[in-house]
Design a protein around this ligand. Structure first.
Ligand code: GLY
Length: 409
């Protein structure tokens, strides 16, 4: 069939006309109960506790009139560059093959753009790599080798991310826990079974720690880091950092970066690179992000759900609590499983109102905290917990209590 230039112009013109009509339909204001669109009097920046030392770098960018995503990057690249922070970037705890794989995502409110990378090896600042995907490609998400190749092409240096301390901690896990890995039915599976807790369980647990201390010494883990290494083996962390910021014009951004769950299967991506789970920013409403069990957060689209809750009129704290309850609802038949779920959200509304919420309060001497500066100086604040007490490490083992949690009234 012949298709002339005149036909093309005619078809395109009809297409454009109907598109214009559709768009007009869509631009009718949607019903929204967003409580306030007034920007804060002073910038506000909020992040996970491990960003505390870098909060002023971010606040400085905001007070100097800089871009909100640049401010966020100033905070989260701090732990990425720090070899002693084993939850992100350089020195992050590796996967089960002893390879560090990093994930990150970011959203820029003013332009409503987003970028993300997952499963990246040998590049430390994956938060900046996610921003580079956002700024220099027509894509939102790059993964694995493709993301790494893109990073090298864009000038990111190739670095060995595995520090000797993280490698030795991996070795302690591998030698002492190799039967208790991430294979097999997970917590959410109906086939999942708690281990047999018959016998003197606390004796078993003490013995196990003693054996691990000896092994840690043989491996050459520094004495002052030995208990911390054992803690990471018994309680594989899913450490991460999120940061959200708003300036005096009400412009917002947010980003999250992580080395993911320690000892994960190679290729596992958690919530941190997922726009809407690990981080979400809507310039009209607010910004939110997460640290904790990525698998649980993905299933409730945590950050997006929080922002949508605020759009419908909830306060930042109510919006976060609602999402924690959705995670709890996913285990309503098995509340004892919730002890293995650790989740925190960092929430900032466009008017500067903020909240930090968490599933478990932590022990009284070590309550779960977040860091914030709202113009009155940087500080830690305690997060509001859905449950009082401490989450337990994975995998479950004899010697640990499996109790149904009491919900805070
Ligand atoms: N929230 C980090 C992770 O699960 O990978």
């Amino acid at each position: 069939m012949k298709f002339s230039r005149r036909d093309f112009i005619a078809t395109t013109a009809i297409g454009s006309a109907s598109l214009a009509l559709d768009l007009q339909g869509q631009t009718k204001p949607a019903a929204s109960a967003a409580p306030s669109v007034h920007p804060p009097k002073k910038p506000v920046i909020i992040c996970a506790a491990n960003g505390y030392n870098y909060l002023e770098r971010g606040y400085g960018v905001l007070s100097g009139g800089g871009d909100t995503l640049d401010a966020v990057m100033q905070v989260i690249t701090g732990p990425e560059d720090d070899p002693n922070d084993d939850s992100v970037g350089l020195g992050g705890l590796p996967n089960e093959d002893c390879v560090v794989e990093l994930d990150a995502c970011c959203m820029h409110g003013p332009t409503r753009m987003a970028g993300s990378v997952a499963g990246v090896r040998d590049i430390k600042n994956v938060s900046l790599l996610a921003k580079t995907v956002m700024e220099h490609t027509g894509h939102v998400m790059l993964v694995g080798e493709g993301a790494q190749k893109f990073g090298f092409m864009m000038g990111f240096p190739k670095e060995n991310l595995l520090t000797e301390r993280s490698r030795k901690t991996w070795q302690l896990w591998r030698e002492s826990m190799s039967n208790d890995d991430w294979w097999g039915p997970g917590l959410a599976s109906p086939k999942f079974k708690f281990p047999d807790t018959a016998g003197n369980v606390s004796e078993y647990y003490d013995e196990r720690i003693k054996r691990m201390e000896k092994l840690a010494e043989r491996i050459g883990i520094e004495p002052e880091f030995r208990m911390a290494a054992i803690e990471r083996v018994l309680n594989p962390p899913s450490g991460t950092i999120h940061c959200s910021a708003v300036n005096e014009k009400g412009e917002m951004s947010g980003a999250t970066t992580t080395s993911g769950l320690a000892w994960k299967l190679a290729g596992r991506a958690g919530d941190s690179p997922i726009i809407g789970a690990g981080s979400y920013t809507d310039q009209d409403v607010g910004s939110a992000g997460a640290t904790g069990n990525g698998e649980e957060n993905i299933k409730v689209c945590g950050a997006h759900t929080i922002v949508e809750n605020m759009r419908r009129g909830m306060s930042p704290q109510e919006a976060g609590m609602d999402v924690l309850k959705r995670i709890a609802r996913n285990y309503e038949g098995h509340p004892e499983k919730l002890q293995y779920v650790d989740m925190s959200y960092y929430i900032l509304r466009k008017d500067g109102a903020y909240a930090g919420v968490c599933m478990w309060s932590g022990p009284p001497e070590h309550l779960r905290r977040f860091a914030v500066n709202d113009g009155n100086g940087k500080r830690y604040e305690n997060a509001v917990a859905l449950y009082q007490g401490q989450s337990l490490g994975w995998p479950p083992m004899p010697g640990r209590k499996h109790l149904a949690p009491e919900q805070k009234k």
